[in-house]
Design a binder for this molecule. Structure first.
Ligand code: GLU
Length: 305
């Protein structure tokens, strides 16, 4: 497996030159566009890796499936579906899915910013600080890394350049989809986006989702199997923003990308994969990362279709 990963990584490295690092906040613009790494954790617990797989980066939108899991654990599937919907928006992650018409949960989705902001308000806790701490606890468990924490510089950058997310949150509030104080809810969105991870952590999260809610090594259950079906289905249809259809054709597995360059992919019953490649395409997905997943999928017949 290591040899295969090394070979594919070198084959895909030139694709890093086809993308650009995210620059919507100054901290992310400092990313290394040439970096590329992959980490795989098999359902039987075997690890394999290649390239820049232990380099830290911020998880960004890859936290959305974790927010969804926490919201599901706290409220159950019916309640969450009613509040954030499940249909693909077919629009970019930060799109304002409302014109003059009423905004309702049918126009949002848990894998885009509007849905993620609503999910922050669904997590149980006496304060937003407690909600975030619970989410961080779940993230650490899923990632198999009890040390994971927030990149403070990215968090400050998100918070001070978050006008678009503020606009989304106020719109949700205007339409009655958000009840709490906007700044408090947003703080609980910016901090999760700024959690620092690496490819190994993402592979571990993917492995739990592929293992129907059980940790790969101990087999200990973190969430019910029905929730992994829920999350994996949403990832399949909406996890790669408005590039999810093409990703389904090229790779064919549930996955979630983030603008920090991460991709967390789930190969049901087989493996979790973590990718790092900060040079992004126009939709916000890692160019070389997708190519690498496409090649791995071809070599190992990973597509679920
Ligand atoms: N923090 C980012 C934002 O809300 C996350 C976007 C992403 O990774 O898609 O704009």
């Amino acid at each position: 497996m290591e040899e295969l990963l090394e070979r594919l990584l070198e084959e895909c490295r030139p694709f890093t030159g086809k993308g650009r690092v995210a620059d919507y906040i100054p901290e992310l613009a400092k990313g290394d566009p040439d970096a590329l790494g992959i980490y795989v954790i098999g359902s039987e617990g075997k690890h394999a890796w290649a390239g820049d797989c232990r380099r830290p980066f911020t998880i960004q939108s890859v936290v959305k499936p974790i927010l969804l899991l926490q919201a599901l654990l706290d409220n159950g599937a019916e309640f969450v579906t009613r509040r954030v919907g499940v249909e693909a928006t077919g629009k970019p992650f930060d799109a304002i899915n409302a014109g003059d018409q009423e905004l309702d949960s049918g126009n949002i989705n848990p894998m885009v910013n509007m849905g993620a902001i609503v999910m922050c308000s669904l997590i149980h806790g006496h304060s937003y600080d407690e909600r975030f701490r619970r989410l961080l606890g779940l993230t650490r468990r899923l990632a198999g890394d009890g040390e994971i924490g927030v990149d403070e510089a990215v968090y400050r950058s998100e918070k001070s350049h978050g006008s678009k997310n503020r606009a989304l949150a106020y719109l949700l509030k205007f339409h009655g989809l958000l009840e709490d104080d906007v700044e408090e809810v947003l703080d609980c969105y910016f901090r999760p986006c700024s959690i620092q991870a690496d490819c190994r952590a993402l592979a571990h999260i993917g492995a739990v989702l592929s293992n129907r809610g059980r940790l790969p090594a101990s087999n200990e259950r973190v969430f019910p199997a029905a929730m992994s079906r829920y999350v994996n289905a949403v990832l399949m249809t909406c996890g790669m923003y408005d590039g999810s259809g093409e990703f389904a054709l090229r790779v064919g597995v549930p996955a979630k990308s983030g603008v920090g360059g991460g991709i967390m992919a789930v190969v049901p019953t087989r493996m979790g994969i973590g990718i790092f490649g900060p040079a992004l395409d126009r939709k916000g997905n890692s160019v070389a990362g997708i190519r690498l997943l496409e090649r791995l999928s071809q070599e190992l017949y990973l597509s679920i279709f």
